[in-house]
Design a protein around this ligand. Structure first.
Ligand SMILES: Nc1ncnc2c1ncn2[C@@H]1O[C@H](COP(=O)(O)OP(=O)(O)OP(=O)(O)O)[C@@H](O)[C@H]1O
Ligand SMILES: [Mg+2]
Length: 265
Protein backbone atom coordinates (compact mmCIF):
# COMPACT_ATOMS: atom_id res chain seq x y z
CA UNK A 1 0.00 0.00 0.00
CA UNK A 2 1.21 3.48 -0.84
CA UNK A 3 -0.03 6.30 1.34
CA UNK A 4 0.60 10.00 0.77
CA UNK A 5 0.20 12.49 3.60
CA UNK A 6 -0.54 16.05 2.49
CA UNK A 7 -2.04 19.27 3.84
CA UNK A 8 -1.44 22.91 4.65
CA UNK A 9 1.84 23.98 6.29
CA UNK A 10 2.28 23.06 9.93
CA UNK A 11 -0.87 20.95 10.25
CA UNK A 12 0.99 17.87 11.51
CA UNK A 13 1.84 15.89 8.35
CA UNK A 14 5.31 14.94 9.53
CA UNK A 15 4.20 14.00 13.03
CA UNK A 16 1.44 11.79 11.62
CA UNK A 17 3.60 10.19 8.89
CA UNK A 18 6.39 9.34 11.35
CA UNK A 19 3.98 7.94 13.93
CA UNK A 20 2.04 5.92 11.35
CA UNK A 21 5.37 4.49 10.18
CA UNK A 22 5.95 3.11 13.68
CA UNK A 23 2.43 1.79 14.03
CA UNK A 24 2.60 -0.04 10.68
CA UNK A 25 6.02 -1.44 11.64
CA UNK A 26 4.68 -2.65 15.00
CA UNK A 27 1.87 -4.38 13.14
CA UNK A 28 4.36 -6.41 11.14
CA UNK A 29 4.74 -4.25 8.04
CA UNK A 30 7.99 -3.43 6.31
CA UNK A 31 7.87 0.33 6.09
CA UNK A 32 9.51 2.63 3.57
CA UNK A 33 9.04 6.26 4.55
CA UNK A 34 9.75 8.94 1.96
CA UNK A 35 10.41 12.53 2.95
CA UNK A 36 9.23 14.64 0.03
CA UNK A 37 9.75 17.89 1.91
CA UNK A 38 12.97 19.84 1.47
CA UNK A 39 12.96 20.70 5.19
CA UNK A 40 13.74 17.01 5.87
CA UNK A 41 11.96 16.70 9.22
CA UNK A 42 10.62 13.19 8.94
CA UNK A 43 13.81 11.66 10.36
CA UNK A 44 13.03 13.40 13.68
CA UNK A 45 9.48 12.15 13.94
CA UNK A 46 10.65 8.61 13.16
CA UNK A 47 13.43 9.01 15.73
CA UNK A 48 16.43 8.33 13.50
CA UNK A 49 19.51 8.92 15.67
CA UNK A 50 21.61 11.95 14.81
CA UNK A 51 24.59 9.87 13.69
CA UNK A 52 22.46 7.98 11.16
CA UNK A 53 20.66 11.13 10.10
CA UNK A 54 23.96 12.67 9.10
CA UNK A 55 24.70 9.75 6.76
CA UNK A 56 21.53 10.32 4.75
CA UNK A 57 22.09 10.76 1.03
CA UNK A 58 19.23 12.57 -0.69
CA UNK A 59 17.46 11.03 -3.67
CA UNK A 60 18.61 13.95 -5.82
CA UNK A 61 22.04 12.31 -5.64
CA UNK A 62 20.50 9.08 -6.92
CA UNK A 63 19.27 11.10 -9.88
CA UNK A 64 22.82 12.32 -10.42
CA UNK A 65 24.15 8.78 -10.11
CA UNK A 66 21.74 7.52 -12.75
CA UNK A 67 22.63 10.42 -15.01
CA UNK A 68 26.34 9.73 -14.51
CA UNK A 69 25.95 6.05 -15.36
CA UNK A 70 23.43 6.31 -18.18
CA UNK A 71 23.94 9.81 -19.47
CA UNK A 72 20.23 10.46 -19.21
CA UNK A 73 18.12 12.28 -16.69
CA UNK A 74 17.59 9.99 -13.68
CA UNK A 75 13.85 10.39 -13.63
CA UNK A 76 13.42 9.59 -17.31
CA UNK A 77 16.04 6.90 -17.64
CA UNK A 78 13.53 4.11 -17.46
CA UNK A 79 15.38 2.55 -14.55
CA UNK A 80 12.31 2.70 -12.34
CA UNK A 81 9.74 2.04 -15.02
CA UNK A 82 9.59 -1.71 -14.62
CA UNK A 83 8.04 -2.38 -11.23
CA UNK A 84 11.11 -2.04 -9.05
CA UNK A 85 10.90 -3.43 -5.54
CA UNK A 86 11.72 -1.62 -2.34
CA UNK A 87 14.87 -3.72 -2.07
CA UNK A 88 16.04 -2.40 -5.46
CA UNK A 89 16.58 1.08 -4.08
CA UNK A 90 20.34 1.37 -3.60
CA UNK A 91 21.23 0.95 0.08
CA UNK A 92 23.28 4.10 0.12
CA UNK A 93 20.11 6.21 -0.26
CA UNK A 94 18.11 4.54 2.47
CA UNK A 95 18.76 4.80 6.20
CA UNK A 96 17.24 2.29 8.56
CA UNK A 97 15.73 3.66 11.75
CA UNK A 98 14.04 2.21 14.82
CA UNK A 99 11.55 -0.62 14.23
CA UNK A 100 13.36 -1.27 10.94
CA UNK A 101 11.74 1.72 9.25
CA UNK A 102 13.54 2.65 6.05
CA UNK A 103 13.76 6.32 5.16
CA UNK A 104 14.47 7.88 1.80
CA UNK A 105 14.62 11.65 1.45
CA UNK A 106 14.20 14.09 -1.41
CA UNK A 107 16.99 16.27 -0.09
CA UNK A 108 17.33 19.84 0.89
CA UNK A 109 18.59 23.14 -0.51
CA UNK A 110 22.25 23.41 0.47
CA UNK A 111 23.09 26.76 -1.10
CA UNK A 112 20.98 29.71 -2.20
CA UNK A 113 20.04 29.90 -5.89
CA UNK A 114 21.19 26.31 -6.37
CA UNK A 115 18.22 25.44 -8.53
CA UNK A 116 15.18 23.29 -8.35
CA UNK A 117 14.75 19.94 -6.62
CA UNK A 118 12.94 18.88 -9.81
CA UNK A 119 15.08 15.84 -10.73
CA UNK A 120 14.68 14.37 -7.23
CA UNK A 121 10.95 15.03 -7.32
CA UNK A 122 10.62 13.45 -10.74
CA UNK A 123 12.51 10.40 -9.53
CA UNK A 124 10.22 10.04 -6.49
CA UNK A 125 7.21 10.30 -8.79
CA UNK A 126 8.50 7.58 -11.11
CA UNK A 127 9.56 5.40 -8.21
CA UNK A 128 6.24 5.80 -6.37
CA UNK A 129 4.21 5.11 -9.48
CA UNK A 130 6.07 1.98 -10.47
CA UNK A 131 7.15 0.56 -7.14
CA UNK A 132 5.89 -2.95 -6.64
CA UNK A 133 4.58 -3.32 -3.10
CA UNK A 134 4.20 -6.69 -1.45
CA UNK A 135 1.28 -7.38 0.86
CA UNK A 136 3.35 -6.85 4.00
CA UNK A 137 4.93 -3.60 2.80
CA UNK A 138 3.77 -0.03 3.08
CA UNK A 139 5.17 3.17 1.64
CA UNK A 140 4.38 6.40 3.48
CA UNK A 141 5.16 9.73 1.87
CA UNK A 142 5.38 12.98 3.83
CA UNK A 143 4.65 15.69 1.29
CA UNK A 144 5.69 19.31 1.32
CA UNK A 145 2.98 21.72 2.45
CA UNK A 146 0.39 22.98 0.03
CA UNK A 147 -0.48 22.18 -3.54
CA UNK A 148 2.66 22.30 -5.61
CA UNK A 149 3.35 18.57 -5.47
CA UNK A 150 -0.09 18.05 -7.02
CA UNK A 151 0.95 20.23 -9.94
CA UNK A 152 3.92 17.89 -10.36
CA UNK A 153 1.78 14.80 -9.96
CA UNK A 154 4.26 13.25 -7.53
CA UNK A 155 1.51 11.31 -5.74
CA UNK A 156 0.09 9.77 -8.91
CA UNK A 157 -0.24 6.08 -8.20
CA UNK A 158 -0.71 6.18 -4.43
CA UNK A 159 -3.56 4.13 -3.00
CA UNK A 160 -4.57 6.69 -0.41
CA UNK A 161 -4.07 10.38 0.05
CA UNK A 162 -4.49 11.35 3.70
CA UNK A 163 -4.96 15.10 4.08
CA UNK A 164 -4.16 16.60 7.45
CA UNK A 165 -6.41 19.48 8.51
CA UNK A 166 -6.31 21.85 11.44
CA UNK A 167 -9.54 23.20 12.87
CA UNK A 168 -9.55 26.35 10.74
CA UNK A 169 -11.43 27.44 7.63
CA UNK A 170 -8.20 28.15 5.75
CA UNK A 171 -6.88 24.69 6.50
CA UNK A 172 -10.13 22.93 5.64
CA UNK A 173 -10.55 24.82 2.37
CA UNK A 174 -7.04 23.97 1.27
CA UNK A 175 -7.61 20.35 2.28
CA UNK A 176 -10.72 20.15 0.13
CA UNK A 177 -8.81 21.65 -2.77
CA UNK A 178 -6.01 19.12 -2.30
CA UNK A 179 -8.63 16.37 -2.20
CA UNK A 180 -10.21 17.51 -5.45
CA UNK A 181 -6.86 17.75 -7.23
CA UNK A 182 -5.88 14.33 -5.86
CA UNK A 183 -9.09 12.89 -7.27
CA UNK A 184 -8.37 14.46 -10.67
CA UNK A 185 -4.94 12.85 -10.47
CA UNK A 186 -6.73 9.53 -10.29
CA UNK A 187 -6.23 8.74 -6.59
CA UNK A 188 -9.21 6.63 -5.55
CA UNK A 189 -9.11 6.87 -1.76
CA UNK A 190 -8.96 10.28 -0.20
CA UNK A 191 -9.15 10.75 3.54
CA UNK A 192 -9.13 13.67 5.95
CA UNK A 193 -7.38 13.64 9.32
CA UNK A 194 -8.35 16.37 11.76
CA UNK A 195 -5.40 17.28 13.97
CA UNK A 196 -4.72 19.62 16.90
CA UNK A 197 -8.34 19.34 17.95
CA UNK A 198 -9.31 20.84 21.30
CA UNK A 199 -12.48 20.33 23.29
CA UNK A 200 -14.01 23.45 21.81
CA UNK A 201 -13.62 22.09 18.25
CA UNK A 202 -16.56 19.81 17.55
CA UNK A 203 -15.63 17.70 14.54
CA UNK A 204 -19.22 17.77 13.24
CA UNK A 205 -19.06 21.46 12.41
CA UNK A 206 -16.03 20.72 10.20
CA UNK A 207 -17.28 17.55 8.55
CA UNK A 208 -20.60 19.29 7.79
CA UNK A 209 -18.68 21.50 5.36
CA UNK A 210 -17.40 18.62 3.27
CA UNK A 211 -19.61 18.20 0.21
CA UNK A 212 -21.20 14.75 0.50
CA UNK A 213 -20.50 14.01 -3.17
CA UNK A 214 -16.75 14.17 -2.45
CA UNK A 215 -16.73 10.81 -0.66
CA UNK A 216 -13.77 11.80 1.45
CA UNK A 217 -13.26 9.37 4.33
CA UNK A 218 -12.75 10.77 7.82
CA UNK A 219 -9.67 8.94 9.02
CA UNK A 220 -9.15 10.52 12.38
CA UNK A 221 -9.71 13.12 15.02
CA UNK A 222 -6.41 13.78 16.78
CA UNK A 223 -6.24 15.92 19.91
CA UNK A 224 -3.85 18.77 20.54
CA UNK A 225 -1.31 17.11 22.81
CA UNK A 226 1.14 19.11 24.90
CA UNK A 227 3.51 16.14 24.93
CA UNK A 228 4.07 16.57 21.18
CA UNK A 229 5.31 20.08 21.87
CA UNK A 230 7.71 18.69 24.50
CA UNK A 231 8.95 15.95 22.16
CA UNK A 232 9.45 18.51 19.40
CA UNK A 233 11.46 20.78 21.68
CA UNK A 234 13.95 17.95 22.12
CA UNK A 235 13.77 16.73 18.51
CA UNK A 236 12.35 13.40 19.74
CA UNK A 237 9.88 11.02 18.15
CA UNK A 238 6.62 11.11 20.11
CA UNK A 239 6.07 7.40 19.42
CA UNK A 240 9.41 6.45 20.97
CA UNK A 241 9.02 8.93 23.83
CA UNK A 242 5.56 7.77 24.87
CA UNK A 243 3.63 5.24 22.79
CA UNK A 244 0.66 5.80 25.12
CA UNK A 245 0.45 9.55 24.48
CA UNK A 246 -3.08 10.61 23.47
CA UNK A 247 -1.81 11.71 20.06
CA UNK A 248 -0.28 8.27 19.40
CA UNK A 249 -3.47 6.53 20.48
CA UNK A 250 -5.48 8.70 18.12
CA UNK A 251 -3.07 7.86 15.27
CA UNK A 252 -3.59 4.17 16.13
CA UNK A 253 -7.22 4.96 15.34
CA UNK A 254 -6.16 6.31 11.92
CA UNK A 255 -4.28 3.05 11.34
CA UNK A 256 -7.47 1.16 12.24
CA UNK A 257 -9.49 3.18 9.71
CA UNK A 258 -6.89 2.58 7.00
CA UNK A 259 -6.89 -1.15 7.80
CA UNK A 260 -10.66 -1.26 7.50
CA UNK A 261 -10.60 0.71 4.23
CA UNK A 262 -8.18 -1.73 2.64
CA UNK A 263 -9.43 -4.89 4.39
CA UNK A 264 -6.05 -5.49 5.99
CA UNK A 265 -6.00 -8.21 8.58
N1 LIG B 1 -1.61 16.93 17.82
C1 LIG B 1 -0.69 17.86 18.08
N2 LIG B 1 -0.60 18.41 19.31
C2 LIG B 1 0.31 19.38 19.59
N3 LIG B 1 1.19 19.84 18.69
C3 LIG B 1 1.16 19.33 17.45
C4 LIG B 1 0.23 18.32 17.08
N4 LIG B 1 0.46 17.99 15.78
C5 LIG B 1 1.48 18.77 15.38
N5 LIG B 1 1.91 19.58 16.37
C6 LIG B 1 2.98 20.58 16.30
O1 LIG B 1 2.75 21.40 15.18
C7 LIG B 1 3.97 21.70 14.50
C8 LIG B 1 3.87 21.22 13.08
O2 LIG B 1 3.83 19.80 13.05
P1 LIG B 1 4.49 19.01 11.84
O3 LIG B 1 5.89 19.44 11.65
O4 LIG B 1 4.20 17.59 12.00
O5 LIG B 1 3.58 19.62 10.67
P2 LIG B 1 3.83 19.61 9.11
O6 LIG B 1 2.46 19.66 8.52
O7 LIG B 1 4.70 18.49 8.73
O8 LIG B 1 4.58 20.98 8.91
P3 LIG B 1 5.35 21.50 7.59
O9 LIG B 1 4.25 21.96 6.66
O10 LIG B 1 6.20 22.60 8.08
O11 LIG B 1 6.10 20.33 7.04
C9 LIG B 1 5.07 21.03 15.29
O12 LIG B 1 5.64 21.97 16.14
C10 LIG B 1 4.35 19.95 16.08
O13 LIG B 1 4.97 19.69 17.29
MG1 LIG C 1 6.50 18.48 7.69
Amino acid sequence: MKIAVAGKGGTGKTLITGTLAHIFARNGYKVLAIDNDASMNLAFSIGIPEGTRKTMVPISKMSELIKERTGIDGADSGIYNVNPQVSDIPDQFVVVGPNGIKLLALGTIETPSSGCLCPGNALIRTLLYNLFIKRNEVVLVDFEAGLEHLGRGTAKGVDLMAIVTEPSQKSLELSLKIGHLARELGIKNIGLIFNKMRDEHPIDSLTAQIPSGDHFVILGNIPFDEEVVQADLRGESIFLRNPRAPVVQAIEGVYGKISALFNLS
